[in-house]
Design a binder for this molecule. Structure first.
Ligand code: AHR
Length: 507
């Protein structure tokens, strides 16, 4: 049997968790918008054409911020086409996904939708085919009071949206290091453009926050020189560096797939160090942090999508990036969330990419219901119980090697203390494919004032390729589990391949 012991002490604090680490992402891509969040005429649509069944699931997930409108899409997006009377809106070719963008859903509709989900927008500006001027116009359209009399603020009010949107967090383009990006740039070029864009936008509103594009993924040949060079240009104007990373189990090797958070740890650490190097070189007192604004499993749909985009381009809302997630994907999503919580001092924003239909926890049937994929559940539990203070929890676990990784802990886990609610949550994955793991939690610092188990649930016992469906979206989901709490210690046997969420009432 594998073994793990973790000390959970209320005094060992990492940081207050920024709730925006439970953010997500809606891109104009595939069926994310059209037939995803927006489908006039669907039986579940409200008076504005928003699917209420989707809104309900997004609210259940508790997503506090949604990045929009891309993604690769944003790099050739003309925001003016997406506002105003619908009959005047222009359809455009989206070159990123080889799709026709009808622009019947745009910035104003998104703002209305986000309000209904109790969330907020994290807006990306087009730094591919556009630049400073258009970013400023968009900012004015979104945030400026029409009483100023300025053109774009008045335009918004004339279109019926008098109240400014007050969007605080802005992404300076998307994946500008990627040769696939429309308007791709080299690092010094992008660094200058990002700095000048943020500087000008700050002239309009100095309280805004900016996210600098980091590398598109850890395997980019320019990683991490890209971060260093662009930060050297833009450090004084930005608040976050973006990280993007998707994982896949192309090799069908579950043990190695579940070890990929070791790579993720190294990625995060490298970016933290690169930021701090530039900070030191600039003798700066300002701290730039991390926005992990695209992350997920993404590989199931790749081959089909390449074929579709090559052979059937320029369709409306095609089925693209519709990964059907299985049980092992949910375990990796849980492990990624645990990793983010361990870095809560530096990762202040994270966006599960994406939210609906496109590599998403929520799927919709065009002529049917909305439903929850397997990955929905670990995200839901982390978002629900993982708010408050991230705790630094010394963890010792037995280990194993995989085909691509050494010294992989059988158990990975962390804990969050929500003082306000008097709640302590422990998230733990046993990633051993064959061994039970005996977990012991040392909770003595919490036990002093009385401690009770509220619930222990586990997602386990499924075939690694088990999936959910519209007919049964609870097929793969958390079920009640058991452990024993005595003398300030909680003991439980974590099944092989299991996601566990244990919630305690404190005091
Ligand atoms: O999320 C899908 C795509 O992945 C995004 O458009 C892009 O930014 C990334 O490469």
């Amino acid at each position: 049997m594998a073994k793990a012991k973790m000390i959970v002490d209320r005094e060992f604090k990492i940081a207050e968790i920024d709730k925006r680490i439970y953010g997500s992402f809606i891109e104009h891509l595939g069926r994310a918008v059209y037939t995803g969040i927006y489908q006039p005429g669907h039986p579940a649509a409200d008076e504005e054409g928003f699917r209420k069944d989707v809104i309900e699931l997004v609210r259940e997930l508790g997503v506090p911020i949604v990045r929009y409108p891309g993604g690769n899409f944003v790099s050739n997006f003309f925001w003016e086409d997406s506002v105003g009377p619908k009959e005047n809106r222009k359809a455009r070719l989206d070159l990123a996904w080889r799709t026709l963008e009808p622009n019947t859903f745009g910035i104003d509709e998104f703002q209305r939708w986000v309000k209904k989900t109790d969330s907020q927008i994290m807006m990306a500006v087009n730094l591919g085919t556009r630049g400073v001027k258009d970013a400023l116009n968009l900012l004015e359209y979104c945030n400026l009071d029409a009483k100023t009399g300025s053109t774009y603020a008045k335009m918004r009010a004339d279109f019926g949206h008098v109240e400014p949107y007050n969007i605080k967090t802005w992404c300076l383009g998307n994946e500008m290091d990627g040769p696939w990006q429309v308007g791709h740039k080299i690092a010094p070029e992008y660094g200058r453009l990002a700095a000048e864009t943020a500087k000008a936008m700050k002239y309009m509103d100095n309280s805004l926050e900016f996210v600098l594009c980091g590398s598109s993924n850890v395997d980019m040949p320019t990683f991490p020189a890209w971060e260093r060079t662009t930060l050297e240009e833009a450090y004084n104007y930005v608040d976050y560096v973006s990280l993007h990373q998707y994982y896949g189990n192309q090799a069908g090797d579950t043990a190695d797939f579940l070890a990929k958070t070791l790579d993720l740890e190294r990625f995060i650490h490298t970016i933290e160090c690169t930021i701090d190097y530039v900070k030191a070189a600039k003798r700066s007192k300002k701290q730039v942090n991390l926005s992990f604004d695209e992350w997920n499993v993404w590989y199931h749909s790749n081959a089909g999508d390449d074929k579709k985009m090559a052979e059937e381009p320029w369709g409306l809302a095609p089925h693209l990036l519709e990964d059907h997630y299985n049980f092992e994907d949910a375990l990796l999503v849980g492990l990624i969330l645990i990793t983010f919580l361990k870095h809560a001092d530096r990762i202040r924003i994270a966006c599960l990419a994406q939210l609906v239909n496109v590599i998403a926890p929520i799927m919709t049937e065009t002529d049917g219901p909305a439903w929850r994929q397997t990955i929905y559940y670990p995200f839901l539990q982390a978002s629900k119980y993982g708010r408050g203070t991230a705790l630094q929890c010394p963890l010792s676990s037995t280990k194993h090697d995989t085909s691509g990784h050494e010294d992989v802990t059988d158990v990975d886990a962390t804990a969050v203390y929500n003082e306000e609610k008097g709640e302590l949550a422990v998230f733990a994955v046993n990633r051993s494919v064959s061994e039970n793991a005996e977990l012991s939690l040392d909770l003595r610092s919490f036990a002093e004032n009385g401690l009770q188990v509220v619930e222990h649930t586990e997602m386990t016992g499924y075939a690694v390729d088990a999936v959910n469906s519209a007919a049964d979206d609870h097929a793969v989901s958390p079920k009640p589990a058991e452990g024993v709490l005595a003398d300030g210690e909680y003991k439980a046997v974590l099944k092989p391949l299991s996601w566990n969420c244990i919630v305690f009432k404190v005091g």
